[in-house]
Design a binder for this molecule. Sequence first.
Ligand code: 0L1
Ligand code: MG
Length: 260
Amino acid sequence: MTDWTIDRAVTELLSREADRRDGGRITDAWPGLDLPTAYQVQDALLRRKLDSGEQLVGVKLGLTSRAKQQRMGIDSPLTAWLTDAMVLPEGTPVPVGELIHPRAEPEIVFVMGERLAGPGVTAATALAAVSSVHPGFEIIDSRYTDFAFTLPDVVADNASSSRFVVGGNGLPAQGLDLALEACLLGIDGEITHSATGAAVQGHPAEALALAANSLGARGIAIEPGWIVLTGGLTDAVFVEPGREISAEFTHLGTLRMTGA
Ligand code: 0L1
Ligand code: MG
């Protein structure tokens, strides 16, 4: 018998976020938190954010690259929600003081032109529904100490979502080879990590198809205008006050951001 409920887990995670504090894994206190229940926590957490005035603007994938999976010790991709409160306009300093222990990771980002509803979505049909492709940063800020979590923990925590940057005006997907699109991640001018789009499920459109199919299994479609973060290409690096983090893409452009 447990006194943990979906509602209690949501309250715990939201209060950690509001108080800028991390804490132990929910699954240590609630071993019965399985993956379907964790997605129920994630959806209930989204509802609380929407009730407080935030708008749903898209979906993100997490743990889509080997680099991220190896670092986190979890080999299953996941999905989570993006709201307007997480948008960090390009060029805006990352408000480190408002966060717990933020890390940044470079991502290939899609803005959707058409509705995409699984099951049966392929990478080709997914890519055809994309309006534009952008360089992006995700700033993750796990509500768990040292980013130590199991898959249900991180799913419940909306996949460590905190802030994200969508850069540039975007390019049409047609004409880009996103598997070969390279990204150099730099800290204070020194390149520390590199990857190509193939790091993300073989092709970022495979990640988009995966999101459409897994959301489809829950009766949810990806809507026109939604932003889709396809997952960290490389490991994430800590954001610190005064530290400049750059992501230089072959065709999508270069993004820079600095911790404040
Ligand atoms: O893009 C990603 O792979 C984010 C994964 C979220 C979990 C985390 O690394 O904290
Ligand atoms: Mg990410």
